[in-house]
Design a protein around this ligand. Structure first.
Ligand code: UD1
Ligand code: MG
Length: 425
């Protein structure tokens, strides 16, 4: 068994090497692409700087391409023992005689994952170039995820969830969700992609959060592989590592150039690509619930944003903080939204939602009318909420604050996953 696992660990070492090479190539490539991207007018204004520089945008595209090339070249590696006649073939047959035929399902798994990620990159780029309306682009991840879901249907088809202990007397040990399980997976894909895209707007935040999530998944995989050496769980977590290691590599390089003061923007292409890669790994690695735990800040940001996203109150095109110059330093303060009670869309429901958030201490009200109604409050994003509590911050400190929250939430996720879980499952 040890020698059998050793074969797989060889591919793990190669995956590490691929990740490192992808990191280096990305580091070399991005500076060379700055001018061509500017020439092609793939650019955006860095609005949180005083001189409003124009930066190349959509650098997520070349980064995703480097990732895809790394994954294409990696495809044969886990199957290397099946090629030609060498000692490894003999070893595999000897130690695991049930593996008599080539594991086509494993190959299919990798191919469907890559196809989903690649489709997402294509649709993300379309969004960057064409600025597609929200009502259409919400569904992009679902479309890109179809190859993955079809693979899932034809290979595992597992559509039940294990019931929490407290609910077992009523629901039994497992609940069969049937087609609803596919709705659950599509929702997960849509959530992962868009939630990264809406926790955005300050230098380094999109790539930074993706890197923290990827590293959390990598740590979780390694914990599994070394604590739980039954072959099935080792295999799914190796699969996850093969995808996450190069992803962490390219994301780290992108973060280097996107960190304050940013030289490039990542674009929606990167946000979608990152969300899809992470979702694919969670679904095919059979850990969707753990995955959601690594998205606690994104989950909060999404729920907190709902009144604006679903237009119960006004949602401006950009909700990023506002710059202000204080003495010699340039600081960010929260941006606000103004309520106009005579005009739609601020209806009664929207006002009730804001009052509720205010009661929870999750709103900074900056103006009220004579009747005590809220006239102005912060835009409903995690970034603005942090600023509401801390007061004005420099942009890099704000990014760091959000990333520290992300890291603390990952630690909480590990605590829930490995300690509290025994009270529920
Ligand atoms: C999402 C957010 C929006 C936020 C925007 C910032 C929602 C519903 N949408 O929109 O509120 O303002 O992301 O990315 O929450 N930019 C900077 N500095 C940065 C990153 C981006 O100034 O560090 C600006 C640039 O002008 C860039 C633009 O934001 O061109 C990119 O915005 P885009 O990704 O198109 O916005 P959305 O994802 O639609
Ligand atoms: Mg965006």
């Amino acid at each position: 068994v040890v020698r059998y696992i050793a074969i797989y660990h060889e591919s793990l070492v190669i995956s590490f090497v691929f990740a490192f090479l992808a990191f280096l190539i990305t580091l070399k490539t991005i500076p060379r692409l700055k001018q061509p991207f500017l020439n092609a007018q793939l650019s955006g204004i860095d609005v949180l700087k005083l001189n409003k520089p124009v930066l190349p945008e959509t650098l997520g595209l070349p980064v995703a391409i480097i990732y895809l090339i790394a994954m294409f070249l990696f495809i044969p590696i886990p199957f290397i023992s099946w090629f030609g006649t060498n000692d490894m073939v003999a070893l595999v047959h000897e130690e695991a005689p049930h593996l008599g035929t080539f594991p086509y399902h494993k190959l299919g798994e990798i191919l469907s994952a890559i196809l989903a990620i690649q489709s997402m990159v294509l649709l993300g780029f379309a969004d960057d170039v064409l600025d597609v309306r929200w009502r259409y682009k919400v569904w992009f991840p679902a479309i890109a995820g179809i190859p993955l879901l079809i693979f899932y249907y034809t290979n595992f088809g597992v559509t039940y969830v294990v019931t929490p202990i407290q609910l077992r007397p009523w629901l039994g040990d497992i609940v069969h969700l049937g087609p609803l399980y596919y709705v659950y997976m599509v929702s997960l894909i849509i959530f992962c992609t868009h939630s990264i895209n809406i926790l955005a707007g300050i230098n380094g935040i999109e790539a930074g959060q993706s890197l923290v999530i990827a590293l959390s998944i990598i740590v979780n995989d390694l914990l599994f592989i070394y604590n739980n050496p039954d072959q099935a769980s080792v295999e799914v977590h190796l699969f996850s590592l093969y995808f996450m290691l190069p992803f962490a590599g390219i994301t780290a390089a992108l973060l280097y150039y996107n960190w304050y003061p940013a030289q490039v923007f990542v674009g929606d292409t990167f946000c979608y690509f990152a969300g899809m890669t992470i979702a694919v790994v969670g679904i095919l690695g059979h850990f969707p619930k753990t995955l959601v735990l690594f998205f606690i800040p994104q989950m909060f940001n999404f729920l907190y944003s709902c009144p604006q996203l679903f237009r119960f109150v006004e949602c401006p095109r950009h909700r990023m903080p506002r710059v202000r110059q204080q003495d010699s330093s340039i600081l960010l303060q929260c941006s606000t939204l103004t309520l106009d009670y005579d005009r739609k869309p601020t209806g009664k429901v929207g006002y009730a939602m804001l009052a509720f958030l205010n009661a929870l201490g999750l709103l900074k009200v900056s103006a009220r009318d004579a009747n005590g109604r809220i006239l102005e409050c912060n835009n409903l994003t995690l970034i603005n909420l942090v600023l509401a509590y801390t007061g004005p911050l420099a942009e890099n400190h704000l990014t760091l604050a959000i990333l520290i929250i992300q890291i603390l939430c990952s630690l909480l996720a590990f605590y829930i996953r490995y300690s509290l879980v025994k009270f529920v499952y």
